[in-house]
Write a protein that binds this ligand. Structure first.
Ligand code: NAP
Length: 291
């Protein structure tokens, strides 16, 4: 078994971005990070994004609207950021509060600043094999992890568990694209899928994006398969100071001995997601001509 180490793989990407930003003469790239509410996972994700941005030399502007903000007021914040020429990228951390229609917020972000890649235009470009837009960060990170670990999807059966807008659907589209490294034969599973283990056992590459702790067990995996564990789940653990520990959607202890390659949680897909967000932000500034 080979560990696909996301922290290690993301390091040169971060270093390259740092060098690119350092070489710029004008204004540094700027990302607006909007977080509504105090969901502990969101707080830690936004903090990590802010920290990595600082390391690269990207300015981050943290916007914390009141937790009971109305849809129209959040849309006004997005409109202001869209119009602000000193802001290159906008990310609104998901999940948002119940009163907010997330999809309308994703669609509201100007396509040229949609560095999270969840708006209609950028998701559409993924379906069209058009790389002029922004690929959403987690799916882009998964593809980069596979490419940089020497996994070519051509001729492989790729099984994705999960069909969310954030991960499952876009990563399935990316794996399907007719381009080097992709060209996979893709099956997408979800909660309505019958005989899930029979399908996952056919996977040469299994991508788990379910949001259920240790859902994928050894009996669901073909020996030698490449396993990408997207899940980040907090489970209670009295032995930890925090009172919890993070586990993925894959039962790492029992699956890793039979896997060909596998990502850990934490330290797998997570660091790549952040690296891709930074890469998209630098790209946004470059494309806008502001770099
Ligand atoms: P989501 O929106 O809740 O989607 C979960 C998907 O899993 C849905 O499509 C759902 O099917 C499917 N599912 C749920 N139970 C199932 C079952 N018993 N059998 C088969 N499919 C089932 O979650 P998400 O946003 O994609 O996130 C998934 C996980 O990845 C979460 O743990 C999240 O925290 C993590 N995540 C990590 C990163 C990272 O950077 N590492 C980034 C984003 C998300 P239906 O569509 O039928 O409901």
């Amino acid at each position: 078994m080979e560990l696909i180490d996301g922290t290690q793989i993301s390091a040169p990407i971060i270093a390259e971005l740092k060098a690119e930003v350092a070489a710029q003469k004008g204004r540094k790239p700027c990302i607006a990070l909007v977080r509504v509410g105090d969901d502990p996972a969101s707080v830690s994700y936004v903090r990590k994004k802010e920290k990595t941005a600082a390391e690269i030399g990207i300015e981050s502007r943290i916007i914390l609207p009141p937790v009971d903000i109305r849809q129209a007021d959040l849309e006004r914040i997005i409109d202001d950021l869209n119009a602000d020429h000193t802001v290159d990228g906008i990310l609104v951390q998901s999940p948002m509060q119940k009163q907010i229609d997330e999809l309308l917020i994703f669609r509201r972000i100007a396509p040229g600043k949609d560095v999270d890649g969840l708006g209609t235009m950028n998701l559409g470009k993924v379906a069209q094999d058009d790389d002029t837009g922004f690929v959403s960060c987690t799916p882009a990170g998964i593809m980069a992890l596979l490419a940089r670990s020497g996994v070519d999807l051509k001729g492989k059966h790729v099984v994705v568990i999960g069909r969310s807008l954030l991960v499952g659907k876009p990563v399935a589209l990316l794996a399907l694209q007719k381009r080097a490294g992709a060209n996979g034969t893709v099956t997408v599973c979800h909660s309505g899928t019958a005989n899930l283990p029979a399908i996952t056992r056919q996977a040469d590459v299994l991508i788990a994006a379910i949001g259920r702790p240790e859902f994928v067990t050894a009996d669901m995996v073909k020996p030698g398969a490449v396993i990408i564990d997207v899940g980040i789940n907090r489970i209670a653990d009295a032995s930890r100071k925090t009172g919890y520990r993070l586990v993925g959607d894959v039962a790492f202890e029992t699956v890793s001995p039979i896997a060909g390659k596998i990502t850990p949680v934490p330290g797998g897909v997570g660091p790549m997601t952040v690296a891709m967000l930074m890469s998209n932000t630098v790209k946004a500034q470059r494309l806008s001509g502001a770099a």
